[in-house]
Design a binder for this molecule. Structure first.
Ligand SMILES: Cc1ncc(COP(=O)(O)O)c(C=O)c1O
Length: 391
C-alpha cells in the first residue's frame, strides 16, 4: 500500500474534513482530531463492495458462515484468541455495545467505573443511561501512565460498583496494558462481582515491543464476567459501515444484551459492513502490518520534531492506537484559550483533551493516521504559531 499519497477528503461528508461548520471550528483548520484514518482501505474490500453494489438488490441480510469464520481466524491468527461462533453478536458500532451492556447489567443509579482520561463516550453513555460514573484516575509519571490499583479497589468497594469499562489499548493515553496490569484489574473485579466490558477496538494498533492481550483469555474464570468489544472499523477505516462485534462466552450475558437490542428494534445487518468486515479479516494481514508501520514512522517523526523544535510540548509515550496525547500545559493557557490558539493561530484541529476528563486539561489528542506530508505541514504550522506567540 502507498499511504503517502494525499487524498482530498473535502466535500465527502467526512466528519473529520467537512465538520468545521457543524462543530464551529475555523474552516481553514487542518483536521487531526476524530479517530478515522486518511488512508484508503484494503483494495480487496472495495472490489468486493463494488461487486455487491452491482448486484442491485439490497434486502435484509444475515451473517454468512464465512463472516464468522473470518472473525474467528483473525482473532486466532493475530491475537491467539480462540473465539467460538456462538459467542459473537454483530452490533452496529462498539459504542452501541457499550450502551447495551450498561442497560443489560446495571440499573439506574448504579455505579460504573472508568479510568480517566478516557474515550469520552464512556462517561456519556453512563450519564445518558442515568448511571453514576466513578473515576479511577490514571496516574501520570512524566510521559507514562499507570494504574492506581489501591484506588481502583477502594472506588469499587466504596461505591458498590457493578460494571467496569476498560479501554485496552487505551485511548487517549496510548497504553497497551501489560498482562500483569490486566490480571490485577480483573482479579479485583472478580473478587467484588464487577462485570467488565473490555473495549478492545484498538487491539490491532500495537507498536513493536508491545503486545496486546485479550483480557477475557487471560484466565479461564474471566469467561464468566468479561465482555469484549471489537470491530474492524479502526483497523481498516470502515467506521461508516457500523459493523462491530460483542463477544462473550457467557450465554446468559449474550441473551441479555441481545434483548436490549431487540427492545430498541435493532435487527438485521448492513450487508456492506458484513462483507467489508469479512474481507478485512480474511485478507488484511499485510495491510494491517503496513499501516501500523507507517503510523509508527509518523509518530517517530513527530517525537523527533517536537524534541528538536518545540520544547514547550511534552509527548506522552505511545505503545498502541494512532492517537497521540500531547501535553501543552507549559504554555500556561486556560484550556479554552489553548484550543483557540491552536485553531486560530496554528490552524490545527485537535481533540480538546478536557473532553476525556478533568485530568485532560492542558492536553490535546492528535490523530497520526494521516499522510506524512500532512504531519509535516501540521508541525510547521504549530512551530510558526508558537514562534509568533513568543515574539
Ligand atoms: C475506545 C473506542 N471505542 C469505541 C470507538 C468507536 O466505536 P464505534 O464507532 O464502533 O461506535 C472509538 C472510536 O474512536 C474508540 O476510540
Amino acid at each position: 500500500m502507498n499511504f503517502d499519497t494525499k487524498i482530498n477528503r473535502k466535500n465527502t461528508n467526512s466528519i473529520k474534513w467537512d465538520g468545521h461548520t457543524r462543530f464551529k471550528v475555523d474552516p481553514s483548520a487542518l483536521p487531526l482530531w476524530v479517530a478515522d484514518m486518511d488512508f484508503k482501505t484494503l483494495p480487496e474490500i472495495t472490489q468486493a463492495l463494488n461487486k455487491q453494489v452491482e448486484f442491485g438488490i439490497y434486502g435484509y441480510a444475515f451473517e454468512p458462515e464465512s463472516y464468522f469464520e473470518a472473525i474467528i481466524h483473525w482473532m486466532k491468527r493475530r491475537h491467539h484468541w480462540e473465539v467460538q461462533k456462538e459467542w459473537i453478536l454483530t452490533t452496529p458500532g462498539v459504542v452501541s455495545g457499550l450502551n447495551a451492556c450498561i442497560l443489560a447489567f446495571t440499573h439506574e443509579n448504579d455505579s460504573i467505573l472508568i479510568q480517566e482520561p478516557v474515550y469520552h463516550p464512556f462517561k456519556n453513555s453512563i450519564n445518558y443511561n442515568k448511571r453514576i460514573p466513578i473515576i479511577n484516575e490514571l496516574v501520570r509519571n512524566d510521559t507514562h501512565y499507570t494504574i492506581n490499583f489501591e484506588d481502583f479497589e477502594k472506588k469499587i468497594i466504596e461505591n458498590n460498583v457493578k460494571l467496569f469499562i476498560l479501554c485496552s489499548p487505551h485511548n487517549p493515553v496510548g497504553r497497551v496494558w501489560l498482562k500483569e496490569e490486566l490480571i490485577q484489574m480483573a482479579d479485583i473485579c472478580h473478587k467484588h462481582n464487577v462485570i467488565i466490558v473490555s473495549d478492545e477496538i484498538h487491539m490491532d494498533f500495537v507498536f513493536k515491543g508491545f503486545e496486546h492481550h485479550v483480557l477475557v483469555d487471560l484466565k479461564p474464570e474471566y469467561k464468566d464476567f468479561v465482555i469484549t468489544l471489537v470491530a474492524p472499523s479502526k483497523s481498516f477505516n470502515l467506521a461508516a459501515f457500523k459493523v462491530s462485534q460483542l463477544i462473550t462466552p457467557n450465554k446468559e450475558f449474550l441473551e441479555k444484551v441481545k434483548h436490549e437490542y431487540e427492545r430498541l428494534g435493532f435487527h438485521g445487518h448492513n450487508t456492506f459492513g458484513l462483507l467489508a468486515c469479512e474481507v478485512a479479516y480474511r485478507q488484511g494481514d499485510q495491510y494491517m502490518d503496513e499501516v501500523v508501520e507507517y503510523i509508527d514512522k509518523n509518530i517517530h517523526y513527530i517525537k523527533e520534531y517536537i524534541s528538536n523544535n518545540l520544547s514547550q510540548i511534552k509527548v506522552m509515550d505511545i505503545e498502541g492506537t494512532y492517537l497521540l496525547w500531547l501535553d501543552f500545559s507549559a504554555l500556561n493557557l486556560e484550556q479554552k484559550s489553548l484550543i483557540e490558539f491552536l485553531e486560530k493561530n496554528a490552524k490545527l484541529w485537535f481533540n480538546d483533551g478536557s473532553i476525556f476528563g478533568t485530568s485532560g486539561k492542558g492536553f490535546v489528542r492528535m490523530n497520526c493516521a494521516t499522510q506524512k506530508g500532512i504531519i509535516i505541514q501540521a508541525l510547521e504550522q504549530l512551530n510558526n504559531a508558537l514562534n509568533d506567540k513568543v515574539r
